[in-house]
Design a protein around this ligand. Structure first.
Ligand code: CA
Length: 523
């Protein structure tokens, strides 16, 4: 079949008809095309959104989107780290097709086709505010104001259309303020808009808004069952990673040292919260599991403190849409660049094909389209976001995009030929956190994966039905022989269809020391 993903296409005629209607300033046609508000965060675990799981935190504003729209339970990312996920969203392509493989030395080729460029061409006004993290400067946006590189939590400098600007305050508030300022004062209200409001939070080092330092009243957080995982039942890659709460967290991660960017006044507020608690910690001289428990609790305090502000930001943006009536014709999406570990398997961070890092939150509200309060279990992906926005805007989806529009699913009608399997591929090794390269296939029930570097070279198979926490590989077990054979066939089919090269292309090589230039003003 020519079209590998069996993607339905909007005919060129239909797309042109829509475009002509809008170019002729047909106001009725304009108002029919929805605005798109894409709210995006960095490293937001679904475990920390109460619409998914209310054990750790209440997120009333994020829950509003779920209550008025669809919550997707299995939104999978093809390569679970920041830059690659962002490149996938913009292009609708896997890392090997858009050229952005890793956070260490990839650089986004801004000349390629992206969904914001196509929306812009179709008459949308396009803007991005917040974290970008793709090294080259944004293309396809009428307005952009981004954090350079990873950005900083307190008093973050930003780059606005190429010019450096200073801000004082907390990054999540500032991104929200700037996004609202564009919506209120800077956009052309005669055009439909795409606003991408992209948070730094809750990325490491998980630094909360100073006003929320005491947000949890020194709560003791419930511990995941696998906090003290010994990685038996799995292999060398799982044992030899470097992302444990026990060994990997730094004094900075644990707030035993303060960030440099604080003003003297902010530093006072920081010290007033952390110093007495740190002093108590130093005196207690904790060891072994008690020490790990303390670190886990400090981590959760800080991480969830960041989520408070993200949720507040979502509330401010939703309120603005409602106050202005824009909510009636705005497609609102909340997602993150991947999932994250909150102590499961003893870990923080992401990268793995395993559920906590593979699954990213996805909440979508599209008035008149989504059924309020619905929950979806289909295998969807951030590969599909661009295609969805294009279909919503009546723009033809380029055949080179590798995902598929979620529009039918948002209407409550999953196509019969929707994907039943999903390909995953992680490349960033050897590098920070020492997670070995791996690829694999995911189905509703199973996961087959291969750690393929010569020093690893082993396979694993997990049965999510009997082992939802992915603790024991059943690869090679006789009772799984038939399932394993099917999955091997499916994996080979996906790799061929997606044109994955073996071995990895040279540009995936990690070249330490080369460094990343990051975004600089004036280029
Ligand atoms: Ca991330």
């Amino acid at each position: 079949m020519n079209n590998p993903m069996n993607r339905p296409r909007i005919s060129i005629c239909a797309a042109l008809h829509l475009l002509c209607a809008s170019f002729h300033s047909n106001h009725a046609a304009e108002t029919q095309r929805p605005n798109i508000l894409f709210i995006f965060s960095d490293d937001h675990a679904y475990q920390a959104i109460s619409a998914y799981d209310s054990r750790l935190i209440q997120t009333p504003n994020l829950d509003r989107i779920a209550r008025e729209g669809v919550r997707f339970n299995r939104c999978l990312v093809p390569n679970s780290i920041c830059g690659p996920s962002r490149a996938t969203i913009l292009t609708g392509k896997y890392s090997h097709a858009n050229g952005f493989y890793n956070n260490t030395n990839s650089r986004f080729d801004g000349a390629q086709t992206t969904f914001p460029k196509l929306l812009q061409k179709a008459g949308y006004q396009t803007a991005i505010v917040g974290k970008w993290h793709l090294v080259s400067n944004p293309t396809g946006f009428d307005y952009w104001e981004i954090l350079p590189g990873q950005g900083q939590y307190y008093n973050p400098p930003m780059i606005r259309n190429g010019e450096r600007v200073k801000h004082e305050g907390y990054v999540t508030d500032i991104i929200t303020d700037q996004a609202l300022d564009w919506l209120k004062n800077k956009r052309d209200p005669s055009k439909p808009f795409l606003m991408m409001a992209q948070h730094k939070a809750p990325h490491r080092e998980w630094e909360p808004n100073l006003k929320y330092l005491n947000h949890d009243g020194d709560r003791k957080y419930p511990e995941p069952e696998t906090l003290f995982d010994d990685y038996s039942g799995r292999g060398k890659a799982e044992r030899e990673q470097d992302m444990t709460i026990a060994r990997t967290m730094t004094p900075r991660d644990l707030k035993l040292t303060a960030p440099a960017a604080l003003t003297p006044e902010q530093r006072k507020a920081w010290d007033a919260y952390y110093e007495p608690r740190n002093e108590e910690f130093r005196k207690a001289n904790l060891q072994g599991k008690d020490l790990i428990r303390w670190k886990y609790n400090r981590y959760l305090h800080d991480y969830l403190g960041c989520i408070r502000s993200v949720d507040e930001s979502v509330g401010r943006l939703l309120d603005y849409l409602k106050e202005t009536g824009l909510d009636k014709n705005t497609l609102v999406v909340y997602s993150s660049d991947q999932g994250f570990y909150l102590g499961e398997h003893g870990w923080f961070d992401k990268r793995w094909i395993f559920e906590e890092s593979l699954r990213t939150p996805l909440l979508v509200r599209w008035p008149g389209v989504t059924k309020p309060g619905s929950v979806n279990q289909d295998l969807v992906s951030n590969l599909d976001f661009g295609e969805t926005f294009l279909e919503a805007a009546g723009v033809e989806i380029p055949s080179e995009m590798q995902g598929r529009s979620l529009a039918p699913i948002l209407k409550g009608r999953t196509p019969a030929d929707w994907r039943k399997s999903f390909y995953y591929h992680y490349y960033e090794h050897p590098a920070v956190h020492s997670v070995a390269r791996h690829y694999g296939v995911i189905t509703e029930r199973y996961k087959l994966l291969h750690f393929y570097e010569p020093e690893f070279d082993y396979w694993e198979l997990f049965d999510l039905k009997s082992d939802p926490r992915e603790l024991k590989s059943v690869y090679g077990a006789p009772e799984y022989a038939a399932a394993q054979k099917e999955l091997e066939k499916e994996l080979a089919r996906l790799r061929a269809q997606l044109k994955v090269s073996a071995p990895d292309p040279p540009e995936t090589a990690i070249r330490p020391g080369r460094g990343r230039a990051g975004n600089k003003p004036g280029r």
